[in-house]
Design a protein around this ligand. Sequence first.
Ligand code: COA
Length: 578
Amino acid sequence: MSKANDLIIRIGGEGGEGIISSGDMIAQAAAREGLEVLTFKTFPAEIRGGYAMYQIRFSHEPILSEGSGFNVLCCFNKEALDVNRKFIEKGSVLIYDYPGGDIEEEQNIEGVHCYPVPMGKIAKEELNTYRSKNMVAMGTISELFSIAKESLRELIEEKFGKKGKEVVEVNFKALDAGAKFARENLKKADPYKMDAGKPQKDVMIISGNEAIGLGGLLAGVKYFSAYPITPATEVAIFLSKYLPKVNGNLVQAEDEIASLANIIGASYGGVKSMTATSGPGLSLMQELIGMASMMEVPIVIADVQRGGPSTGLPTKHEQSDLFLAALGSHGDASKVVISPEGVEDCVYLTVEAHNIAEKYQVPVLVLSDGSLGFRTSSIKKPDPSKIKRVERQKYQPNGNGDKPFERYALTASGVSPMSVPGQAGGNYISTGLEHAPSSAPRYTPENHTAMLDKRFGKLDDLEDFFQPTEADHQDGATLGVITWGSTIGTAREAVKLAREQGVKVAGLYPKLVWPLPLKALEAFAKKYPKILVPEINKQAQLAHVLRMKTDIKPISYNIYGGMPFTPKMIVDKIKELA
Ligand code: COA
């Protein structure tokens, strides 16, 4: 690997130049070589044009975040160089399209290994297709940093095979041409090299969005309905391939409201169901979330958050739907919100989301985000036989003696058995109206009070059923970091780095963000008087929720530029406060 056993390659260029394809291939090739991989991509909302970036981090050790900066920057155009110039550090590598592209001058940056490669020119003049410029660049990168060309060739075949034999052939030639150029013209002076790891059979490389789909399959989902929306559409694309294989069904609805109505109906019919959307879709779903809460129908909604409000920043990262997820919908609507930290979490927390939805008969929202949804990571293949599935309490005919079925019976746990439509003796009506235990509409003060207490009270033991919080204590620390979602990985890395620099700091990483895991939060806050809450939104949403429900007085650290934190940013803040 690199001298630090941790290599980060960033590729930047124009949307449409194949930045994403080349980054994906390098990541896949490294994973096939047995390395841990974590990627980050960001691109404009337009189909063509604008700055697109793909970053791949490789290591022999598990990777927690995108990292701070990069070791290797490969620029396909001037814009990519302009955007990244201020982040180029001494000792790093710059590969850039020169001569022949729009970068007009040879780059000579002090302390930086600068490798000019006429990638566009080679593609145009030697291969007669500018399209393959990205594969020329990949050939150069693979030669310089010892990335297995065999894996890259396999991936070219897999990726472009459907575009025809000629496309595959010309890309093979481009790969070879880029490697040949590097061998014959570049004098490697940098220390970076990817040492293959031990290829592992039980590892897969998968995106956060695909992992949510996989989690749904493992949980036993048989019905999925959604309306396409960036950055969540990949969940539907994944499930459209695999759901039919388990006799499941997927319906692309006419809009987000219909998609939620569809899954509520399917779940009412006894079928485990889910949907996936992003902020604008979640806004539209609010009324029906309240209805699912009132009907006590188990459903799971994955919200892959993006920059908002409104259409906002469709392809950019933000953690700004917590208020909407936790507090949205009119009236007092009980629901659960959980938030995964990484790709592996997307699998298992989606399973947990279904387990919670089924056990408590409640809507559960899984808050992922743009950076996590698009991120690919190598994870251990889940073993379906080890997955614990919780099923809803089902109505047992005659289980109640001679008493008629009461769908909303006031039980000690607050959860009452559900029948399926048509089940003998299990008839009931399910609407958005407040209801008596029998399910018939009833609006008396006593009944509404009892039913609200039932719908909220049933979640009282949630923190014990789903141990959602991991505490990383440190003796002598006065500062603790609490954060959520994909910022957890970055915070974990920051805490580790800060400790390596002699700073005492602890971390608490809640995966349940509504209702809050109060026992864990309060115990942590008792130990560490200063609590830092980094999160990617303007309003300090988790910090507000903490203030609302606990005695914690968080010190907020918020960014909202469409990009995730780097570990370094959080380390600097920790040092300032510790
Ligand atoms: N040879 C042949 N084809 C190649 C190639 C090569 N060497 N390299 C890339 N391509 C193809 C890709 O297969 C892809 O084709 P497809 O469109 O048929 O899948 C296409 O060129 C684009 O390449 P890709 O690597 O996927 O993306 P990119 O880095 O060029 O960036 C995006 C393009 C991803 C930024 C852009 O297309 C996009 O999707 N933008 C976001 C749109 C969005 O979600 N908007 C929000 C709406 S609310």
